[in-house]
Design a protein around this ligand. Structure first.
Ligand code: TPP
Ligand code: MG
Length: 332
């Protein structure tokens, strides 16, 4: 690591990573127990990306997220109880139980929304960056999106216009190796030719965007790359793209039979678990002891458990509220 990160910051980053993992592992169990209605896509394994990038953000910055958005929400500081209640579809949810796992948003803290439409958060982030350029120079927008989304037309348009308008935006690709069951870049028998560029970073360079490929399992590598990209955007020097190589531990969605990948592959990636790697590093650096880090993990487990107990007890929205806080016109 060539940058110095204050101790408090490192501890905070670790705490958020273990909180995301605790939330996701518990959501996995809750879904299997039939407690969560609707689709759920989990972020476990990818924590280093959300935390490495978002740890560089300040008040007034914006992010847009994906269908796999819990990690981005937690790293932005969304209320854990409100998030869990949202997954349960309860009235106390962060979006009053009407958004569910895929549509968590909290505009007050710059979290412009998870999004069920693949790639759709990217042009939204470009719009946010355009607004920031005029209303709040120095602030930035970050678009998180998957390797699958990188093959969406609206993402190409977003990359293009962001360069032309020199917007303060950081495009963050979370290349977790799969788009549902397909690989998005590496050719396979099923998809002999999926993209013309050899890498996402190379494709971004074609748009005139500064791009780097990053080890998405190493939170400090992500932090460092994101820091450079975000500082460039804050200085008014335009967009960057981070191509973060990472892996999702659970299926594409909860209930996915996962016939397209082997146990061995999952085990191989788990050997470089982002939380374990960071933990070992923090101990080696003398930042914290194993005992202290374990206490942080236990605190996260407790926080999630409290959110589950609360969500279990909370009420569902009243039928009379079916048409409030949604965009659909009931009389249409
Ligand atoms: C526009 C659109 N097309 C297709 C889908 C169905 N779909 C949901 S997730 C997904 C794969 C997304 O892959 P990626 O962008 O790599 O994100 P990941 O799930 O790996 O995080 C697809 C095709 C959708 N939700 N929206
Ligand atoms: Mg993917």
């Amino acid at each position: 690591m060539s940058i110095l990160v204050p101790r408090d910051k490192l501890i905070e980053m670790y705490s958020i990573m273990v909180l995301i993992r605790a939330f996701e592992d518990r959501a996995h169990e809750l879904f299997a127990a039939g407690k969560l209605p609707g689709f759920v896509h989990l972020y476990a394994g990818e924590e280093a990306v959300a935390v490495g990038v978002i740890s560089n953000l300040v008040k007034g910055d914006y992010i847009t997220s994906t269908h796999r958005g819990h990690g981005h929400c937690i790293a932005m500081g969304c209320d854990i109880k409100g998030m869990m209640a949202e997954l349960y579809g309860k009235r106390t949810g962060i979006c009053k139980g009407k958004g569910g796992s895929m549509h968590i948003a909290d505009f007050e803290i710059g979290m412009l929304g998870a999004n069920g439409i693949v790639g759709a958060g990217v042009p939204l982030a470009v719009g946010a960056a355009l607004a920031l350029k005029y209303r709040s120079p120095g602030n930035v927008a970050v678009a998180f999106f998957g390797d699958g989304a990188m093959n969406q037309g609206c993402v190409m348009e977003a990359l293009n216009v962001a360069t032309i308008w020199k917007l303060p935006i950081v495009f963050t690709v979370e290349d977790n190796q799969y788009a549902i069951s397909m690989r998005s870049m590496a050719p396979t028998k099923l998809q002999p030719r999926v993209a013309t560029a050899r890498s996402f970073a190379e494709r971004a360079v074609g748009f005139g965007i500064t791009a780097v490929t990053v080890d998405g399992m190493d939170v400090l590598a992500v932090y460092e790359a994101a820091k450079a990209a975000i500082e460039r955007a804050r200085r008014g020097e335009g967009p960057s793209l981070l191509d973060c190589k990472t892996y999702r531990y659970y299926g594409h969605f909860e209930g996915d039979p996962m016939v397209y990948r082997s146990r061995e592959e999952i085990e191989e990636w788990r050997k470089r678990d982002p939380i374990r790697l960071f933990k070992e590093r923090l101990i080696r650096m003398g930042v914290a002891t194993e005992h202290e880090l374990e206490a942080l993990r236990e605190k996260a487990l407790k926080e999630v458990e409290e959110a589950v107990s609360r969500a279990e007890e909370d009420p569902y929205p009243e039928p009379s509220e079916a048409y409030t806080d949604v965009f659909t016109d009931p009389y249409y």
